[in-house]
Design a protein around this ligand. Structure first.
Ligand code: GLN
Length: 384
């Protein structure tokens, strides 16, 4: 038999999703792959169960009413006037949005800047698009970056920078000042910025989310990707989108058209009501996640497990140095099997050889988080 594609030899399956399977195998409380165990807003579920929903393809770029509602929501949160017909593509989750954005921008051999730690999809996205990542470290504990190191990366002539903000896995929310530094460099070296802003509405006070595309002069070079998964607790619906200037969207539409044809029509229809929800919904979402974060972090503190303090998103990284493992994947497998909690090894997010961190998420009901904390009382069993 002939060899399968070389392209696919250089990356593995997703470790995040693999850890969900490991959690299932051992009956562990799954805090690995980030998704809620609570229901979406009832307004959305009501439409899903009660309305006559479309069963055939929507328009390839997304149903008209979905794009109209999305443009209105963007105006509300970013102040930008987005043309729903020429500046939006609705995708199958932000996973497709990021892949399509990368393929829209990059030719084989092009470089893209990626901050490390990074969400693991970007590595595979870059390989599939033929692009070569230039990694710029976010330095623990604050996960800040050195502007000189970033400028050195820009000097290599990258086509784009990937910006995950709020950041998965480290919970960093980039400040306006930091974003302005990135913006100035993107302008100076004429690079695109591809954003992944799926946690835009999960930010902890006093931190605030600043939309990169809304910075002065940045709309024209920004390809904003996001999704409804986290904001409306519908990760399985796979509804995401790209927003960018029309010249870029023209190309992204072609890529999307041949990758997936379109996002699920009935789910777009049901989700429109979510896009139209008022400010009180987003305030309640923030409060809910702030309470979950506080409960979980306090529980970790009580157990004396060192951890990061997320400014946004719903992940926390635990320092496992004291348990004596060289291999954080093995640690996570043992954690699922012996302690009964699913986590993701930190090494799957870092370019650097980091193996003393694991990622847990807290997008779970309080009772689930308490059960996980109770189980974590046994984490000492893993000490070598
Ligand atoms: N973004 C979530 C995580 O990092 C889920 C990823 C996925 O499986 N699409 O865990």
């Amino acid at each position: 038999m002939k060899k399968l594609s070389c392209r696919t030899e250089t990356f593995t399956d997703s470790v995040i999703r693999r850890m969900t399977r490991v959690s299932l195998r051992y009956g562990a409380v799954n805090l690995s792959q980030g998704f809620p165990d609570f229901d979406p807003p009832k307004e959305i579920l009501n439409v899903l169960s009660q309305s006559a929903l479309p069963h055939q393809y929507s328009i390839t770029w997304g149903a008209q009413n979905f794009r109209d509602a999305l443009a209105a929501k963007q105006k509300r949160f970013t102040g930008l006037d987005i043309d729903p017909n020429s500046q939006i593509v609705v995708t199958c989750g932000s996973t497709e949005a990021m892949m399509a954005a990368m393929m829209t921008v990059c030719d084989p051999g092009d470089k893209v800047i990626v901050f490390s730690p990074f969400y693991e999809n970007y590595g595979a996205d870059a390989i599939l698009a033929g692009a070569e990542p230039i990694y710029v470290p976010l330095n623990p504990q604050d996960f800040d970056f050195d502007p000189n190191v970033l400028e050195d990366a820009f000097r290599q002539g990258p086509k784009a920078l990937i910006l995950c903000n709020p950041s998965n896995p480290c919970g960093k929310v980039f400040t306006r000042r930091e974003l302005e530094i990135i913006a100035a460099l993107a302008e100076k070296y004429d690079a695109y910025v591809i954003t992944d802003e799926v946690y835009e509405h999960i930010v902890y006070a006093p931190h605030e989310h600043v939309y990169f595309a809304a910075l002065p002069g940045m709309f024209q070079r920004t390809i904003s990707c996001s999704s409804l998964s986290k904001t409306y607790s519908i990760t399985g619906w796979r509804l995401g989108y790209i927003i960018a200037p029309a010249e870029i969207i023209d190309v992204a539409k072609k890529v999307h058209d041949f990758l997936t044809v379109g996002a699920a029509a009935p789910l777009q229809e049901a989700a429109v009501v979510g896009l139209k929800m008022g400010d009180d919904y987003y305030k309640a979402l923030q409060d809910t996640y702030t309470n979950k974060r506080n409960l979980f972090l306090k529980g970790l503190d009580d157990l004396r497990i060192p951890h990061t303090t997320p400014e946004g998103a719903y992940y926390v990284m635990l320092d496992i140095s004291e348990y004596g493992y060289d291999d954080d994947l093995l640690f996570c497998e043992d954690l699922a099997r012996v302690v009964g909690v699913g986590a993701v090894p930190g090494s799957s997010f870092f370019k650097e050889p980091v193996n003393h961190l694991i990622r847990l998420h807290f997008a779970k009901q309080e009772s689930t988080l308490i059960e996980a904390l109770n189980r974590l009382e046994n984490i000492g069993k893993l000490k070598k």
